[in-house]
Design a protein around this ligand. Structure first.
Ligand SMILES: Nc1nnc(SCC(=O)Nc2ccc(S(N)(=O)=O)cc2)s1
Ligand SMILES: [Zn+2]
Length: 240
């Protein structure tokens, strides 16, 4: 139905998903000195200690690690959020070249890859699907990665907290899913400090082959990132 190729990529998604041309689409280019500093933005707090990854899968567009979201064991709270949001999954976007692959850009600069930790507001909504269509239904924590040649610490298991820098300075704005169905339901929290990843780790992502449900031929998964979308008057706030 949709992909990242010439025929089915981001430039034609609006044909099947008209919201692609909506007023709060993601990703965006973040221009740091145009963001408004909001001192009322407190720290983002992650409680992933009891996080239980249930499976790793590729959905034909990315490699996704799913979590058990049947209770409030793994939540994100604070920052721009009025409620705790439950961790549902994390996944990556990346490119074939070292400097392209992230979805959000910072002053026009893109990075090798971007990790998205997807959470949903289980206080106000009963299912992820319901939250996915509500304006305050989802919260995605985005971390972009810079490619450092040489070694980097390997992922210690699937506790995503170990992937995060210690102090989370971030930008936040109201946006959307960056892939179809492109629902405008995401409170984005983009961490300012990039995390380093080695060529080896990035290579593992890049060599990932995938088969979609109906595709029989195997194609390489790469450049699975949507380009930055128009801000349309939105305000990007920055924490301290
Ligand atoms: N009723 C519904 N169930 N599921 C959906 S959408 C499934 C889903 O999680 N999609 C998704 C797409 C993009 C992103 S992203 N790249 O983080 O903006 C996160 C998540 S609507
Ligand atoms: Zn994503």
């Amino acid at each position: 139905l949709w992909g990242y190729g010439k025929e089915d990529g981001p430039s034609v998604w609006h044909k099947n998903y008209p919201v692609a041309q909506g007023d709060r689409q993601s990703p965006i280019d973040i221009v740091p000195h145009q963001a408004s500093h909001d001192p009322s933005l407190g720290p983002v707090v992650l409680n992933y200690d009891q996080c239980t990854s249930i499976k790793i899968a590729n959905n034909g567009h990315s490699v996704v690690v799913e979590f058990d979201d049947s209770d409030d064991r793994s939540v994100i709270r604070g920052g721009p959020l009025d409620n705790p949001y439950r961790l549902k999954q994390f996944h990556f976007h990346w490119g074939v070249k070292g400097c392209h692959g992230s979805e959000h850009t910072v002053a026009g600069n893109s990075y090798a890859s971007e990790l998205h930790l997807v959470h949903w507001n289980a206080v106000k909504y009963t299912t992820f699907g319901e939250a996915a269509t509500a304006p305050d239904g989802l919260a995605v924590l985005a971390l972009y990665w810079i490619l450092l040649i040489g070694s980097a610490a390997d992922f210690k298991g699937f506790n995503p907290k170990c992937l995060l820098p210690s102090s989370l300075h971030y930008w936040t704005y109201l946006g959307s899913l960056t892939t179809p169905p492109l629902h405008e339901s995401v409170i984005w929290i983009v961490v300012k400090d990039p995390i380093t990843v080695s060529e080896k780790q990035l290579g593992k992502l890049r060599t990932l082959l995938f088969t979609g449900e109906e595709e029989d031929q195997r194609t390489r998964m790469e450049n699975n990132f949507r380009p930055p979308q128009l801000l349309k008057g939105r305000n990007v706030r920055s924490s301290n």
